[in-house]
Design a protein around this ligand. Structure first.
Ligand code: PDD
Length: 275
């Protein structure tokens, strides 16, 4: 089943218009939710961010948070499998192509679930990343459908044999193409402060809470690529990658080359939350 403008429908019941502004302008926003054991993880936090993205790009939808929770829960139930993701996007709607907002257009909502296993092997071993210039726009806090700079960088990383690209703006590490970046130095966790240069990741929020509960110092302070390369531990966080150790950056080993102690402690805390 799919979620289509507030209703659960079969795949063949939907018709995406070639005049949808999401299609030709990328004029919309999205969220990726995790389903663990049949349940949506951190659904409230995702919806808070979704409404923030909608406000930022001035799309009004006819559903409130409670109604969305109901629809998404029903969608996840029809999915019926234990582990997966739920993708939800909302575009400004269908209108003749014009850069101006259409006077009358209903937002178009699409949601679907997909099977997705947890990346258990990578979570144990860690991943390799490369660094690239952050070429995105100045509103990275909006979960916009416009992901061209992200996809180009991610593809470049894959072609270099890496799993992700860590992005650098004005000499500082912002985040990665579809995850936040954290480093540990002398027992303190550092990550880029919220604002226009990063997405306020839900997994990042969970990690911040876990760090505070465990008494691990946590600082929203940006760092340079050189500092990242000198870090004791590095990890990225996202709905798909969870708390993912980074063991190689630009071909160079991070710390001792294996997932670090604090990373593992956070991974354990995360497992307990989703279990
Ligand atoms: N991406 N930064 C960016 C640019 C992202 O696209 C994402 C998530 C994150 C991490 O956010 P969260 O912890 O809420 O997943 C950070 C999703 C998973 C995606 O585009 O597939």
């Amino acid at each position: 089943m799919l979620l289509w403008n507030g209703r659960l429908v079969q795949d063949n019941e939907i018709q995406v218009s070639y005049l949808d502004r999401g299609y030709y302008f990328g004029d919309g926003i999205y969220e990726v939710f995790r389903i663990y054991d049949g349940h949506l993880f951190e659904v409230q936090a995702h919806l808070t961010r979704l409404f923030k993205s909608l406000r930022e790009i001035r799309i009004e939808i006819p559903w409130n948070e409670e109604q969305l929770v109901g629809m998404l829960t029903s969608l996840a139930e029809t999915f019926g499998r234990k582990d997966g993701i739920l993708y939800l996007q909302i575009t400004r709607g269908v209108a003749k192509r014009s850069h101006l907002f259409p006077e009358a257009a209903e937002p178009v909502m699409l949601g679907y679930c997909e099977e997705a296993a947890r990346p258990v092997d990578q979570l144990k071993k860690g991943i390799a990343v490369i660094s690239l210039e952050d070429e995105r726009w100045h509103k990275c806090h909006i979960k916009s459908l416009n992901l061209l700079a992200n996809t180009l960088a991610r593809q470049e990383a894959a072609e270099a044999g890496a799993e992700e690209a860590v992005l650098i703006r004005d000499g500082r590490v912002t985040e990665a193409t579809s995850s936040n970046v954290m480093m540990v130095k002398n027992g303190t966790i550092y990550t880029h402060p919220n604002g226009p240069w990063i997405l306020d990741g839900i997994t990042k929020q969970v990690v911040e809470r876990l760090a505070k509960q465990s008494g691990i110092p946590y600082q929203n302070t940006a760092f340079t690529l050189e500092e990242l390369l000198e870090a004791d531990e590095v990890f990225i966080t996202s709905t798909i990658k969870e708390v993912m150790p980074v063991t190689i950056i630009n071909g160079t080993q991070v710390g001792s080359g294996i997932p670090g102690v604090i990373t593992q402690l956070l991974q354990n805390g995360f497992e307990q939350k989703i279990g």
